[in-house]
Design a protein around this ligand. Structure first.
Ligand code: ATP
Length: 255
């Protein structure tokens, strides 16, 4: 089994004095896709935000290949942590290529490194090359999500976290986006995916973790997950379906 890329131990995090998650521990490896599931409000986004350094860690540690991460978000990007935030897709008024360039500038890459990164992005997502001069706002929802992922890849992370990349996308596009995310893990990245679409995500995941009431209640590899119904009913809510979420929150599909 390969070395742990991202190790979260006893993490507590929240907002102001309010502790939203506590005692969260996770170990994610290169070439592995871990899906983090949980009801609305369970603390999934809070967990990703703390790992990325967007909010402070109240207790516990976040380590990358054995090195504790205590710095700012930029320090963590430099160390190899990437995050595609939910809904924060792209700079809509800027061209596709500018968006990619901005992804590289976030850690002050050299001009050569940025153009290499852009070449890699075009190789992975040929549609972005085709549309490189178009403004990002003119792309379809799925293409914008690909651009957001490509932008997060510009600093060459070793750990990539994605927060509900399917949100607002039409079902046919979701398949494609999940395929791309799975191929990132196959190519060696350690991927931590937060999702509402349980069946789609379990289809591509190597491991599954469930957050319930701010704590990890299940953490297992997919092969050992023998009772999907129990997972669905006990930890995700009986009304949790691919079409909606536990609280019935509506999503507007985009093409
Ligand atoms: P969802 O699937 O709805 O995005 P989640 O599991 O990602 O849910 P979080 O977004 O982490 O959950 O939210 C967990 C709790 O933290 C919720 O009760 C939410 O209201 C609260 N919360 C989120 N952001 C803030 C904030 N900036 N200030 C205070 N409370 C917050």
């Amino acid at each position: 089994m390969s070395e742990v890329a991202l190790l979260v131990e006893g993490l507590a995090a929240g907002y102001g004095p309010l502790k939203i998650v506590r005692g969260v521990s996770l170990a994610c490896r290169p070439h592995e896709l871990t899906v983090l599931l949980g009801r609305n409000g369970a603390g999934k986004t809070t967990t990703l935000s703390a790992i990325a350094g967007l909010i402070p860690t109240m207790e516990g540690t976040v380590s990358l290949f054995g090195t504790p991460q205590t710095g700012t978000t930029v320090d963590r990007v430099q160390a190899g942590v990437g995050l595609v935030q939910e809904g924060k897709r792209v700079f809509r008024a800027r061209s596709v290529e500018d968006n990619l360039r901005l992804g590289g500038y976030s850690i002050r890459r050299t001009r050569g490194a940025i153009s290499d990164g852009i070449d890699r992005a075009y190789e992975r997502f040929p549609i972005l090359k085709e549309k490189r001069r178009d403004v990002a706002g003119s792309l379809s929802g799925g293409q914008q999500q690909m651009l957001a992922i490509a932008q997060a890849l510009m600093p060459q992370p070793t750990v990539l976290m994605l927060d509900e990349p399917s949100a607002g996308l039409a079902p046919a596009i979701v398949e494609q986006v999940f395929g791309e995310i799975a191929s990132l893990a196959k190519d060696g990245l350690c991927v931590l995916l937060v999702e509402q679409l349980i069946d789609h995500s379990l289809a591509v995941a190597d491991r599954v973790a469930v957050l319930d009431g701010g704590q990890i209640t299940i953490d297992t590899d997919i092969a050992s997950l023998d009772n999907l119904d129990r997972l669905r009913e006990s930890y995700l809510g009986t009304s949790f379906t691919e079409a909606g979420s536990a609280d019935g929150r509506e999503r507007t599909p985009r093409t």
